[in-house]
Design a protein. Structure first.
Length: 492
């Protein structure tokens, strides 16, 4: 995976800085609560939501079990429809393929419709190094790009910005990227949207190459699908002469009938709409209509390694709706940048450490960026048990063990900083395996309870600094049960 975001501090440090930013917290609270309430209302309209959720889960699991077959079927269908398929094992290979395809056209600029896969691999930076300028056309992505910023939300990348900040960014930066912002621009949504429309229109009409991602790929026909709310995607997908789509291999569904399920669950879970305003589909090329050259770059970049993990592979079901972010109490307070990845929030906490591994400090800390409250699992439209995967990854960080990296089985070393935790778990395992020692320890703890500290020493200080240590009872449970038989008055 691209190192674009790696190098940031571990999540606890980054989150500590974020929670001390009142403007950021206010922006996040307002936005997430608004989206959350609208989503709940939209979902409540559907009487068979639980059945749709289960259907989405089953379709995704079936597809992942037979991913090799469906990918070959997709390649054959895309090729038959006039497209060209490229396979990219990692970010470097994907960036090289896309760069060479653009250079072959002789163009030095491209327009992009929102694509998390290209953000994941750092495509914009790779193109810039090759002298090619990429223009983001999604409104939120445009704000992020003009502000020299990073996305902080899956659906609303500029969720951490308020209207006043966006107005200032447009005033200061638009001129350097193309058409400047209108004189006297205010922070009203209509004026901001109009400024973006005017700025982008000239790029749409001039660009010869477009780059997209895809929400779904239909194996039986080779069709790609993009759902969006602004129409910028439709412009990027139809006006350029050459279209290059970079898509993760997990985005495939077998049939159009399967796609029907997700076109119901995705808009309600993401934008709280019954359907997306723009649902664009394209299959290869058609003479005289749309791009005349189409390239599909199928991206692995850690996905087959993730697929090899029986517990962690469920993260590949994700349809990028962002519902888990909007209900997460940790994300609401820390924001997306603290996760050090293009995938923030609960899904990022389980996806990034699997795609990138847990060798870096930031990736080793992500499985702990959760309270394990389970709200993310409850709202997930494909029933990803995020808390289960978080606990699984925490075990991997602390204990190490077998994993698959770059297609090879490797033995991971335990991450640094967890020696005390491992020692405590080994001691607990020994005590729980020796009943006599456990009973003696419980009695000693009860009799010495008045001497117990209120906070833990050493590595435990961080845990007890925000929690009250539970009081030790005057009598161990086993002794109480033996004396009373489980009744208050001692009657048996």
């Amino acid at each position: 995976m691209s190192g674009t975001f790696v190098g940031m501090p571990a999540f606890p440090k980054a989150a500590h800085e974020a929670v001390n930013n009142p403007t950021l917290r206010g922006n996040l609270r307002h936005a997430t609560h608004t989206i959350r309430a609208k989503r709940a209302k939209a979902v409540a309209e559907v009487s068979d939501w639980a059945a749709l959720r289960e259907a989405g889960k089953q379709i995704k699991d079936h597809t992942l079990r037979h991913l090799d077959r469906y990918l070959v079927q997709l390649e054959e269908a895309v090729t038959a429809a006039g497209g060209t398929v490229h396979w990219a094992a990692d970010a470097d290979e994907a960036n090289r393929i896309v760069t060479e395809l653009i250079e072959a056209t002789g163009e030095s600029e491209v327009v992009k419709v929102k694509s998390m896969a290209t953000q994941e691999i750092g495509l914009n930076e790779a193109l810039q190094a090759a002298g090619i300028r990429a223009y983001e056309t999604d409104l939120a992505e445009l704000i992020v790009q003009l502000g020299h910023d990073r996305p902080s939300h899956i659906l609303v990348p500029a969720i951490h910005r308020n209207r006043g900040e966006i107005r200032d960014i447009f005033r200061q930066e638009m001129g350097a990227w193309g058409r400047p912002a209108p004189e006297g621009l205010t922070d009203t949504p209509a004026e901001l949207a109009e400024a973006a429309r005017l700025h982008l229109r000239e790029k749409f009409l001039r660009a010869k190459v477009g780059i997209s991602g895809a929400n779904f790929m239909v194996a039986e026909t080779g069709t790609l699908v993009v759902v969006e709310s602004e129409g910028n995607g439709r412009m990027c997908l139809t006006l350029p002469e050459t279209l290059i789509s970079v898509v993760g291999i997990e985005k495939i569904v077998p049939t159009w009938q399967d796609l029907e399920v997700f076109l119901q669950t995705l808009p309600r879970s993401s934008t709280a709409e019954r359907m997306n305003p723009y649902t664009s589909t394209w299959t290869g090329t058609t003479d005289g209509d749309g791009p005349q050259t189409f390239h599909l770059v199928l991206l692995d970049n850690g996905r087959t390694d993730t697929l090899a993990d029986e517990v962690g592979r469920q993260a590949l079901r994700c349809i990028r709706c962002s519902a888990c972010l909007n209900v997460c109490p940790v994300y609401e307070r820390a924001g997306g940048h603290a996760y050090g990845s293009v995938y923030p929030g609960p899904i990022g906490a389980i996806l990034s450490p699997q795609l990138r591994g847990t060798a870096s400090e930031i990736d080793a800390s992500l499985p702990y960026a959760s309270s394990l409250c389970g709200a993310c699992y409850e709202v997930c439209p494909v029933a990803i048990d995020i808390p289960e995967v978080l606990v699984h990854l925490r075990e991997r960080v602390v204990q190490g063990g077998e994993a698959v990296r770059n297609g090879n089985k490797v033995l991971l070393k335990p991450a640094k900083g967890h020696a005390a935790e491992r020692a405590a778990m080994r001691a607990a395992r020994w005590a729980l395996s020796h009943p006599a020692a456990l009973r003696t320890g419980q009695r000693l703890a009860s009799r010495s309870r008045r001497l117990h500290p209120r906070t833990l020493p050493g590595p435990g200080r961080a845990w007890s600094g925000t929690r009250d240590l539970p009081a030790v009872p005057a009598e161990p449970f086993r002794d109480w049960w033996q004396r009373t038989g489980g009744t208050k008055d001692g009657a048996k």
